[in-house]
Design a protein. Sequence first.
Length: 364
Amino acid sequence: MIKVLHFTSGIGRGGTERQVSEIIQNCNKFKQYIVTLSYVEDNYFNNESVILINSKNFIIRLLKFNKIIEAINPNIIIGWGTVPFIIAVLDKGLKNIKVINASIRHGVFLKTKGGYLRMLVARISKYVLANSQAGLKVNKIKKGIVLYNGVNEKFNRENYPESESNKKSDAFIFVSIMNLLPYKDYFTIFEALELLKQKGINFTYYIIGDGPLRANYESYLSKSIIKCNVVLLGNISSPEEYLVQSDIFIHSSKGEGVSNAILEAMYMGLPIITTDTGGTLEILDDNAITFSYQDYYALYEGLKILISDRKLRKRMGEKSHSIVKEKFTTERMVRNYERIINAVSNNNYDSISDLIYTKSDKKS
């Protein structure tokens, strides 16, 4: 049986961790291990199964990971981050272990030291795995493998047939699932909602997620006219309970590879209004209202369109559900993951030609 070692920078409740956990929990064709450089207690994994390298010293990390390799003897290592990938490459040495670089998770290029390092390392990697074509394009990768995220069945709208009749309020319910980070850009949403409030539209806006900007948002909202309309829920274990009661899903991020949250909202049958950046457009199939990053007025106008047209919301929601059911379920993701591992193991890339992205030499 092929042994696959997943090596991550950290384990919490981010998109990378979600994809890795779904793969490990739903794929039994390989012997799989999870190693991380850090973790928080609130995560997607059974902590007893996680091997933690508890050191910030790069040399100690190298030595500890080398011992792990010796003990496990994996056939393939997937580095879900630039530092884990570099450590894996250095530690594997001359051993016959194939190392996959899965550090590309954003669909826009991040102009930071980490962003430039990620691009440089990915461009010289033999095997590059990303969750969007956009991520490969912006990092100037000539050839890579795309493994789109998959959505758990608990987000399938078909499991909630009575949801609309059980709605508890006549107010419009908006929802977002994003961590409270600068590039997620909640301030743009707040400004758009303030315009709606001024027009007398009754709504509740649920924010699912947490992060370092929580205090900033709480301070802003305490002085805003929408302070009674916005609910900061933090990280919760059952976001589907709020999605199923919602009318519209809002996403304002500067750039994603492919957003788990958008896919979950789509599977729940919600119409999507989102920024037109990163890999998001690859999954929407022209079935969303989009706006430019930080353009709060365009977001406001888009929300007005959806609020005023119930048939449009229903039509978009039904198509959202169909797109995910056909292309982006966890089952499909795991099946493609298994194909990728077998292809890398056997050097048979023709078997995954449909998952390969190749950069065009033509100048646009």
